[in-house]
Design a protein. Structure first.
Length: 414
């Protein structure tokens, strides 16, 4: 795909160079870089700082002893698009985008779309170099083909934004990871969806998708949607959320993410590329989202607290949707616990389970779970009207108390 030059004051094209292409300062605003070959460079391939409205497309960047394309940590940019390029054989990151919130440095409006990035981090051994490494806020990373991220993650993000429709094969660490060492953006939302992820965490315990430990609470994104990703990790959980999120009351929404064999996932990647997906220099078409039936669940609950809160699990047709610890004291407050899942079909039953009953010998030393009602796609189901119950329950004032480990469930109507 070739972009019109309308809206650009300068076009850099059809060059073959062996030194860093630097756009540093606002005299480079409104620049289009296309069909440029940058090879055998000691340093970065392309470097951007203090520029606005720059597009880099259909270029080849190869054999770089640095980062393929780097956006500076010492000066901001706005509206940079990196699209349909081939970036191969870098000793550091394929693409690296900085942020220094305390200094006012960010890269607003960043789009990284349709690139093929292969064999990155070849000088690394500590997992610090990635295929795509973005610290900036509210980014858009879509339709990239990222292979052989030898040192670190295929896609490593540190703020809010969108990671969609990327094809990932081969990493030293995570396929896609989030680490909260840089400030979230205004959206306060990280969406990870429709990606295909193969062969991750080689030599490590990392997974296909990781929400890692939280180094700085004030930075952390507080809303997550992780859905419709095709994952392959069978050594452990394919999607791992560090326990520190629950401790902060952050409840990532994790929908349906199909687990398939590596061979099946590679076939899906091949099909996506053959049907208009990206391999650098081509039209960007992310893989289609699986057909699904979206379900939003709200459970209004509280707990009798004793040595901690009450663990509550939510399931649809016996398939677990999520689990939380209810920590608001019954009689003082209710809280709405929210879940989302993209189900393969309309479910017929919702189950709420109490998992960690504890009795210390008195009424004040007794952990219990209370449920007021649930909402399923906006339809209300009162707790006392549950269709089935197991364990010991008590109905009082339009509420249900689960006194022992057990379950209450409702037949659903859509």
């Amino acid at each position: 795909m070739t972009t019109s030059t309308a809206g650009y004051d300068r076009v850099i094209e059809n060059l073959v160079i062996s030194n860093t292409l630097r756009l540093d300062g606002h005299q480079w605003d409104n620049t289009l870089i296309r069909n440029v070959t940058i090879k055998n460079v000691s340093g970065d391939g392309i470097f951007l700082r203090n520029v606005d409205n720059v597009r880099i497309e259909n270029s080849t960047i190869d054999n770089i002893s640095g980062t393929g394309i780097r956006l500076s940590v010492s000066g901001s940019t706005t509206d940079v698009t990196i699209a349909d390029n081939r970036i191969t054989n870098t000793t550091r990151d394929g693409i690296a985008v900085g942020q220094r919130y305390e200094d006012g440095v960010d890269h607003f409006g960043l789009k990284v779309i349709g690139n093929h990035i292969d064999t990155t981090g070849t000088a690394g051994s500590s997992g610090l170099y990635h295929g795509i490494y973005v610290q900036s806020s509210d980014f858009h990373i879509e339709g990239n083909h990222v292979t052989n991220s030898t040192d670190g993650n295929a896609i490593s993000v540190r703020s809010s934004g969108l990671v969609r429709g990327n094809l990932i094969d081969g990493t030293g660490k995570s396929g896609i990871s989030y680490y909260a060492d840089h400030m979230r953006g205004p959206s306060d939302l990280l969406t990870i969806e429709n990606n295909i992820i193969v062969d991750t965490g080689n030599g490590t315990t990392r997974s296909d998708i990781d929400l890692l430990e939280i180094p700085t609470n004030s930075n952390v994104v507080r809303n997550f949607n992780i859905r419709n990703n095709t994952v392959t990790d069978t050594d452990g959980a394919a999607i791992v959320v560090n326990g520190e999120y629950a401790a902060l009351g952050i409840k990532p929404v994790i929908g349906t993410n199909p687990l398939v064999s590596e061979s099946a996932a590679r076939d899906m990647i091949a099909d996506a590329l053959a049907n208009g997906g990206t391999d650098g220099g081509g039209t960007t078409t992310p893989p289609p989202a699986p057909t699904s039936f979206p379900i939003d669940i709200v459970v209004r609950a509280s707990a009798d607290l004793y040595n901690g809160g009450a663990k509550m699990a939510v399931a649809l047709d016996d398939a677990k949707v999520g689990e939380v610890t209810v920590t608001n004291q019954h009689g003082k407050s209710w809280a709405d616990y929210k879940f989302h899942v993209d189900a393969a079909s309309k479910p017929s039953e919702l189950e709420i389970s109490f998992l960690n009953d504890l009795y210390g010998g008195s009424k004040t030393a007794d952990r219990n779970l209370w449920v007021d009602y649930v909402l399923v796609n906006g339809k209300k189901y009162d707790a006392p009207a549950a269709d089935t119950e197991s364990g010991k329950t008590y109905k009082w004032n339009g509420q249900v108390e689960l006194l022992t480990n057990g379950t209450i469930s409702w037949d659903l109507a859509f």
